[in-house]
Write a protein that binds this ligand. Sequence first.
Ligand SMILES: [Zn+2]
Length: 205
Amino acid sequence: MLKNIVWLGHDTFRISGSRTIYTDPFQINRKDHADIILITHEHYDHCSPEDVGKLKGSETVVVAPPDCAEKLGGSVKTVRPGDRLAINGVEIQAVPAYNTNKQFHTKDRSWVGYLITMDGQTIYLAGDTDLIPEMSALGPVDVALLPVSGTYVMTAAEAAEAARIIKPKTAVPMHFGSIVGSSSDAAQFAALLKGSVDVVILPRE
Ligand SMILES: [Zn+2]
Protein backbone atom coordinates (compact mmCIF):
# COMPACT_ATOMS: atom_id res chain seq x y z
CA MET A 1 0.00 0.00 0.00
CA LEU A 2 2.92 2.34 0.62
CA LYS A 3 5.05 1.21 -2.28
CA ASN A 4 4.30 4.49 -4.03
CA ILE A 5 5.41 6.70 -1.13
CA VAL A 6 9.08 7.47 -0.57
CA TRP A 7 10.28 9.49 2.42
CA LEU A 8 13.19 11.84 1.75
CA GLY A 9 13.42 13.15 5.32
CA HIS A 10 11.52 15.77 7.35
CA ASP A 11 8.17 16.38 5.57
CA THR A 12 9.47 15.59 2.09
CA PHE A 13 7.69 12.73 0.37
CA ARG A 14 7.71 11.59 -3.23
CA ILE A 15 4.29 10.15 -4.05
CA SER A 16 4.09 8.38 -7.37
CA GLY A 17 1.12 7.24 -9.41
CA SER A 18 -0.54 8.72 -12.46
CA ARG A 19 1.39 11.88 -11.45
CA THR A 20 4.55 12.48 -9.43
CA ILE A 21 3.90 14.60 -6.36
CA TYR A 22 6.45 16.07 -3.97
CA THR A 23 5.54 17.50 -0.58
CA ASP A 24 7.52 20.25 1.19
CA PRO A 25 10.73 19.62 -0.78
CA PHE A 26 13.73 20.25 1.48
CA GLN A 27 17.40 19.28 1.07
CA ILE A 28 16.73 17.50 -2.23
CA ASN A 29 19.84 15.74 -3.48
CA ARG A 30 18.48 13.85 -6.46
CA LYS A 31 17.56 14.71 -10.01
CA ASP A 32 13.84 14.32 -10.44
CA HIS A 33 10.81 16.00 -11.94
CA ALA A 34 7.58 16.73 -10.09
CA ASP A 35 4.21 17.16 -11.76
CA ILE A 36 2.80 18.67 -8.58
CA ILE A 37 4.59 20.24 -5.60
CA LEU A 38 2.56 20.82 -2.43
CA ILE A 39 3.86 23.16 0.25
CA THR A 40 2.28 23.49 3.68
CA HIS A 41 3.70 26.80 4.97
CA GLU A 42 6.43 29.36 4.51
CA HIS A 43 9.00 28.17 7.09
CA TYR A 44 12.38 27.56 5.42
CA ASP A 45 12.36 23.82 6.04
CA HIS A 46 9.07 23.46 4.11
CA CYS A 47 9.05 26.37 1.63
CA SER A 48 12.48 26.22 0.00
CA PRO A 49 12.83 28.05 -3.34
CA GLU A 50 16.13 26.27 -3.99
CA ASP A 51 14.60 22.81 -3.56
CA VAL A 52 11.46 23.64 -5.51
CA GLY A 53 13.76 24.78 -8.31
CA LYS A 54 15.45 21.37 -8.40
CA LEU A 55 12.16 19.56 -9.10
CA LYS A 56 10.23 22.09 -11.13
CA GLY A 57 9.77 21.99 -14.88
CA SER A 58 7.70 24.21 -17.12
CA GLU A 59 4.58 22.07 -16.56
CA THR A 60 4.94 21.63 -12.80
CA VAL A 61 2.05 22.92 -10.71
CA VAL A 62 3.19 24.38 -7.39
CA VAL A 63 0.58 24.79 -4.64
CA ALA A 64 1.29 26.85 -1.52
CA PRO A 65 -0.20 29.40 0.89
CA PRO A 66 0.20 33.03 -0.29
CA ASP A 67 3.18 33.91 1.96
CA CYS A 68 5.16 30.97 0.62
CA ALA A 69 4.08 31.77 -2.96
CA GLU A 70 5.56 35.23 -2.49
CA LYS A 71 8.84 33.71 -1.33
CA LEU A 72 8.93 31.28 -4.29
CA GLY A 73 7.99 33.75 -7.02
CA GLY A 74 6.83 32.57 -10.42
CA SER A 75 3.52 30.87 -11.02
CA VAL A 76 2.07 29.29 -7.86
CA LYS A 77 -1.51 28.25 -7.11
CA THR A 78 -2.27 29.77 -3.72
CA VAL A 79 -4.49 28.03 -1.19
CA ARG A 80 -6.15 28.65 2.11
CA PRO A 81 -7.63 26.04 4.45
CA GLY A 82 -10.77 24.56 2.89
CA ASP A 83 -9.77 25.17 -0.74
CA ARG A 84 -10.17 22.30 -3.19
CA LEU A 85 -8.28 21.91 -6.45
CA ALA A 86 -8.21 19.35 -9.21
CA ILE A 87 -4.85 19.17 -10.93
CA ASN A 88 -4.36 16.72 -13.79
CA GLY A 89 -6.80 14.23 -12.26
CA VAL A 90 -5.42 14.58 -8.72
CA GLU A 91 -7.83 15.94 -6.12
CA ILE A 92 -6.26 18.22 -3.57
CA GLN A 93 -7.90 19.74 -0.54
CA ALA A 94 -6.08 22.21 1.68
CA VAL A 95 -6.97 21.57 5.33
CA PRO A 96 -6.18 23.54 8.49
CA ALA A 97 -2.83 23.05 10.26
CA TYR A 98 -1.94 25.04 13.37
CA ASN A 99 -0.57 24.94 16.90
CA THR A 100 -2.80 24.90 19.95
CA ASN A 101 -0.24 24.80 22.77
CA LYS A 102 2.64 26.77 21.21
CA GLN A 103 2.99 29.82 18.95
CA PHE A 104 5.08 28.71 15.95
CA HIS A 105 2.15 28.08 13.62
CA THR A 106 -0.81 30.13 14.78
CA LYS A 107 -4.24 29.62 13.26
CA ASP A 108 -4.38 33.20 11.90
CA ARG A 109 -1.53 32.41 9.46
CA SER A 110 -3.94 30.17 7.50
CA TRP A 111 -1.25 27.58 6.81
CA VAL A 112 -2.31 24.18 5.61
CA GLY A 113 -2.05 20.44 5.44
CA TYR A 114 -3.36 18.53 2.42
CA LEU A 115 -5.69 15.71 1.56
CA ILE A 116 -4.42 14.25 -1.70
CA THR A 117 -6.48 11.75 -3.68
CA MET A 118 -4.73 10.12 -6.60
CA ASP A 119 -5.58 6.78 -8.26
CA GLY A 120 -8.16 6.06 -5.54
CA GLN A 121 -5.73 6.49 -2.64
CA THR A 122 -6.24 9.33 -0.14
CA ILE A 123 -3.17 10.61 1.65
CA TYR A 124 -3.30 13.13 4.49
CA LEU A 125 -0.21 15.30 4.88
CA ALA A 126 -0.76 16.99 8.23
CA GLY A 127 1.79 19.83 7.93
CA ASP A 128 3.18 21.51 11.03
CA THR A 129 0.26 21.11 13.38
CA ASP A 130 -0.94 20.06 16.77
CA LEU A 131 -3.87 17.76 17.34
CA ILE A 132 -6.79 19.93 16.15
CA PRO A 133 -10.57 19.33 16.09
CA GLU A 134 -10.67 19.47 12.28
CA MET A 135 -8.79 16.16 12.20
CA SER A 136 -11.95 14.31 13.18
CA ALA A 137 -13.71 15.52 10.01
CA LEU A 138 -11.16 14.58 7.35
CA GLY A 139 -13.18 11.66 6.01
CA PRO A 140 -11.67 8.34 5.00
CA VAL A 141 -7.86 8.44 4.91
CA ASP A 142 -5.71 5.65 3.55
CA VAL A 143 -2.35 7.02 4.65
CA ALA A 144 -1.79 9.71 7.31
CA LEU A 145 1.61 11.42 7.34
CA LEU A 146 1.91 12.86 10.84
CA PRO A 147 4.60 14.94 12.57
CA VAL A 148 5.90 13.33 15.78
CA SER A 149 8.91 15.34 16.97
CA GLY A 150 7.27 17.69 19.47
CA THR A 151 8.72 21.23 19.97
CA TYR A 152 7.08 22.84 16.88
CA VAL A 153 4.47 20.16 16.24
CA MET A 154 2.75 17.24 17.97
CA THR A 155 4.74 14.99 20.28
CA ALA A 156 4.73 11.27 19.53
CA ALA A 157 1.99 10.79 22.14
CA GLU A 158 -0.15 13.59 20.68
CA ALA A 159 0.39 12.24 17.18
CA ALA A 160 -0.71 8.78 18.32
CA GLU A 161 -3.87 10.34 19.74
CA ALA A 162 -4.40 12.11 16.39
CA ALA A 163 -4.01 8.81 14.54
CA ARG A 164 -6.65 7.21 16.76
CA ILE A 165 -9.02 10.02 15.79
CA ILE A 166 -8.20 10.06 12.06
CA LYS A 167 -8.29 6.25 11.82
CA PRO A 168 -6.17 5.92 8.66
CA LYS A 169 -5.46 2.49 7.22
CA THR A 170 -1.78 3.31 7.76
CA ALA A 171 -0.03 6.04 9.74
CA VAL A 172 3.47 7.20 8.86
CA PRO A 173 5.57 9.36 11.22
CA MET A 174 7.41 12.36 9.76
CA HIS A 175 9.11 15.57 10.89
CA PHE A 176 11.94 13.90 12.79
CA GLY A 177 15.62 13.30 12.11
CA SER A 178 16.28 16.65 10.38
CA ILE A 179 15.64 19.76 12.45
CA VAL A 180 14.17 18.25 15.62
CA GLY A 181 13.22 14.82 16.84
CA SER A 182 14.82 11.45 16.32
CA SER A 183 13.92 7.92 15.31
CA SER A 184 13.00 7.26 18.94
CA ASP A 185 10.01 9.59 18.49
CA ALA A 186 8.89 7.50 15.52
CA ALA A 187 9.40 4.30 17.50
CA GLN A 188 7.38 5.68 20.41
CA PHE A 189 4.60 6.67 18.00
CA ALA A 190 4.51 3.14 16.61
CA ALA A 191 4.59 1.55 20.07
CA LEU A 192 1.68 3.68 21.30
CA LEU A 193 -0.47 2.62 18.33
CA LYS A 194 0.31 -1.08 18.51
CA GLY A 195 -2.95 -2.99 18.19
CA SER A 196 -5.00 0.07 17.15
CA VAL A 197 -3.55 1.72 14.03
CA ASP A 198 -1.13 0.18 11.55
CA VAL A 199 2.13 2.20 11.55
CA VAL A 200 4.86 2.09 8.94
CA ILE A 201 8.16 3.84 9.62
CA LEU A 202 9.48 4.50 6.14
CA PRO A 203 13.23 4.24 5.59
CA ARG A 204 14.80 7.57 4.69
CA GLU A 205 15.98 7.60 1.11
ZN1 LIG B 1 6.93 25.22 10.54
